[in-house]
Design a protein around this ligand. Structure first.
Ligand SMILES: Nc1ncnc2c1ncn2[C@@H]1O[C@H](COP(=O)(O)OP(=O)(O)OP(=O)(O)O)[C@@H](O)[C@H]1O
Ligand SMILES: [Mg+2]
Length: 329
């Protein structure tokens, strides 16, 4: 990689690797001239300038190459176009009624069903990319193929981001340190800036604001969930997002959902909330541990959604007023 890019012009570098621009700006290096070869550019930087910036000439290109390779591996591992769930068996051991369900990038699928029916289990099967090795015997195919163990058990190239029902932060650090660390591990070019954005967003979603130096362990359940949602929305490169019961999290759920689905992703959303259920393109009905039916949201239901939204706004308003000690009138 180092040798390859040494002979690139800056124009070509940016065309093939648009994020390379950040490499120069974060090191405060002047952007190279468009048609200059990178090796010539490096020769042209004065010794003093390099010294001032604490850079070593011979190390710049290998560092750039390392940065590009890391970014490549992140993005190449995350582009998928479809996910298929091959049905397994219900709790009673009978085959699932829905034999298979294929979901394409850009689709939102809600997962509905009574308490204990198996909604979270379905999300867990997707999370671990089950290969007939979970209690449901389901199999998950990515772009039509069974993912290999390198994909299933990889820590840094995760296909799936999950916002789960029960979440605990056990780390002993501030909310800001945590998101900076997370941004750095995702190798975004400007981790501190993104971290501030994540916290601002989390505060927009959470009812009660928290400061950047609040210890993670002191966040309330709703605040942790808001932080997780903001973090996933701004940082996650995973093409599949699983959301388990956003409604009880004390966060602005519609805003949260809008945030999470704005990028081209596959979204599964387990919910008891009719509003969220109807926002999806399709819903899968779970009963007795089995996918029993898949229903497409039709126009009539979308019409109902408007009425439900009005009712919901009324309810939310009343909740806020009561929370703040006001009388309803
Ligand atoms: N097909 C299945 N075979 C065996 N066990 C199953 C199956 N589906 C679900 N279960 C088990 O049933 C239990 C309840 O399922 P789960 O927690 O997914 O319910 P849920 O629909 O998410 O409920 P809630 O609405 O309360 O969150 C879990 O222990 C789960 O592992
Ligand atoms: Mg559940």
């Amino acid at each position: 990689m180092t040798d390859k890019i040494a002979n690139f012009t800056y124009t070509r570098l940016i065309k093939e690797y648009p994020y390379a621009e950040d490499f120069f700006s974060t090191r405060e290096l002047p952007a190279p001239g468009d048609e200059v070869l990178l090796k010539e550019y490096l020769e042209g930087i004065g010794d003093e300038e390099l010294q001032d910036k604490g850079l070593i000439r011979e190390e710049i290109l290998p560092e750039l190459a390392g940065f590009l390779e890391a970014m490549e591996s992140l993005s190449s591992s995350t582009s998928i176009s479809s996910l298929k769930i091959q049905g397994g068996r219900a709790k009673d051991g009978n085959p699932e009624a829905v034999e298979s369900l294929t979901v394409n990038v850009g689709d939102i699928i809600s997962v509905v069903g009574p308490t204990g029916s198996g909604k979270s289990r379905l999300l867990e099967d997707i999370e671990c990319l089950a290969q007939q090795d979970t209690p449901t015997n389901r199999q998950i195919l990515i772009d039509g193929n069974a993912p290999g163990n390198n994909v299933r058990f990889s820590m840094d190239k995760k296909l799936v981001a999950q916002i789960s029902q029960n979440m605990n932060f056990v780390m002993d650090c501030s909310a800001l340190d945590f998101v900076i660390m997370h941004s750095e591990s995702r190798m975004v070019p400007n981790p501190t800036e993104i971290a501030h954005e994540i916290l601002a967003l989390a505060n927009e979603l959470a009812g009660e604001r928290f400061t950047e130096d609040t210890a993670l362990t002191n966040l309330s359940g709703g605040q942790s969930r808001a932080l997780m949602i903001a973090d996933t929305a701004l940082l996650s490169q995973s093409p599949i997002v699983l959301i388990d019961e956003i409604e009880n999290a004390g966060v602005d759920r519609k805003k949260a959902l809008d945030l999470l689905v704005r990028n081209e992703k596959i979204v599964f959303l387990a919910t008891h909330d009719p509003l969220l259920a109807l926002m999806a393109d399709r819903r899968v009905i779970i009963n007795g541990g089995s996918m029993i039916r898949v229903i497409e949201t039709n126009d009539q239901e979308r019409g109902m959604l408007c009425k439900l939204e009005e009712a919901d706004a009324l309810l939310l308003n009343a909740r806020e007023q009561l929370r703040h000690g006001e009388m309803l009138h």
